[in-house]
Design a protein around this ligand. Structure first.
Ligand SMILES: C[S@@+](CC[C@H](N)C(=O)[O-])C[C@H]1O[C@@H](n2cnc3c(N)ncnc32)[C@H](O)[C@@H]1O
Length: 258
């Protein structure tokens, strides 16, 4: 049934993101829209690469220094280099990773994601971020919610257009996690020099799916309410624990549940 759900007549975020990252899992419509976004906002490729590099640094910190052994990665995207389970299981082979996405093309590539270490666990759940309770039900058999979990939502809350709903999704997920769990977020913004992205996002919303929104620092910070934001705080994801990076217009932060 999955193949029947894949639409090749409209650009999909997971596939366009894959295109910007230099991947091959995309269709002509994705490349066309992807190129038009680049012409409106030339920095978007750098945003995508910086976001992935942030993912690598955040997961390496969590699996290493912070000792986290369970990861819930919501809004997985198509497999690329250094996916969450690869970074985590290189450091901690027994790490358990659950991926969640609602794009049928990610589902068809899930097998590629599911080749984790023998000691660890790598699972995929086809679910929508708008239904956090359903996500929690699906992960309970795989992750021990009595032990810390890193909940990763990189570049996905921007597809939940209503900020109250986005906050409620985060709250529901984090309420189910014990002390010592972490929340890892990235989100596009028109701040940090990202003003040029406004027109590109309008174009996206007329021509592609799902619709997207940018958010400012205060809204981003509100997703982290009640959590301890780790150093260096809310910054461009490019400069999170990376001294040399050029800033991109994408907030990144890692926060710990006290
Ligand atoms: C910009 S990509 C980010 C991929 C990856 N997290 C990263 O940072 O490289 C966003 C992903 O979120 C997924 N997504 C968008 N809306 C979603 C929703 N409501 N539920 C689940 N996944 C969603 C898309 O299919 C896509 O794979």
């Amino acid at each position: 049934m999955t193949a029947g759900r894949i639409r090749t007549d409209v650009a999909h975020n997971a596939r366009v993101w894959n295109y910007w990252l230099g991947g091959k899992d995309n269709y002509p419509v994705d490349r066309e829209v992807g190129d038009q976004v680049v012409s409106l906002y030339p920095g978007i490729g750098e945003v995508a690469r910086a976001d992935r590099a942030f993912l690598g640094r955040a997961v390496a910190y969590l699996a290493g220094e912070a000792g986290v052994r369970q990861f819930l990665d919501i809004g997985t995207g198509l497999p690329t280099a250094d996916n969450t389970h690869e970074v985590a299981q290189r450091i901690a082979p027994d790490a358990r990773v659950v991926y969640v996405d609602n794009d049928p093309i990610v589902l068809t590539h899930a097998r590629a994601l599911l080749t984790g270490s023998a000691e660890g666990v790598t699972e995929y759940v086809d679910a929508d971020a708008h239904q956090p309770e359903r996500i929690l039900d699906a992960v309970r058999p795989v992750l021990d919610l009595g032990r810390p979990v890193a909940v990763m939502m990189l570049g996905i809350l921007n597809f939940v257009l209503d900020t109250d709903e986005a906050r409620s999704i985060v709250r529901t997920l984090m309420a189910a996690m014990p002390s010592g769990s972490h929340l890892v977020l990235t989100h596009p913004t028109l701040e940090l020099g990202g003003g040029g992205n406004a027109e590109a996002m309008e174009f996206w919303n007329r021509n592609a799916t799902p619709p997207i929104t940018a958010r400012g620092r205060a809204e981003f910070a509100s997703f982290l309410d009640g959590l301890e934001v780790l150093e260096p705080g809310i910054v461009s994801c490019a400069s999170w624990r990376c001294a040399t990076a050029v800033e991109v217009a994408q907030f990144g932060a890692v926060a710990r549940k006290p």
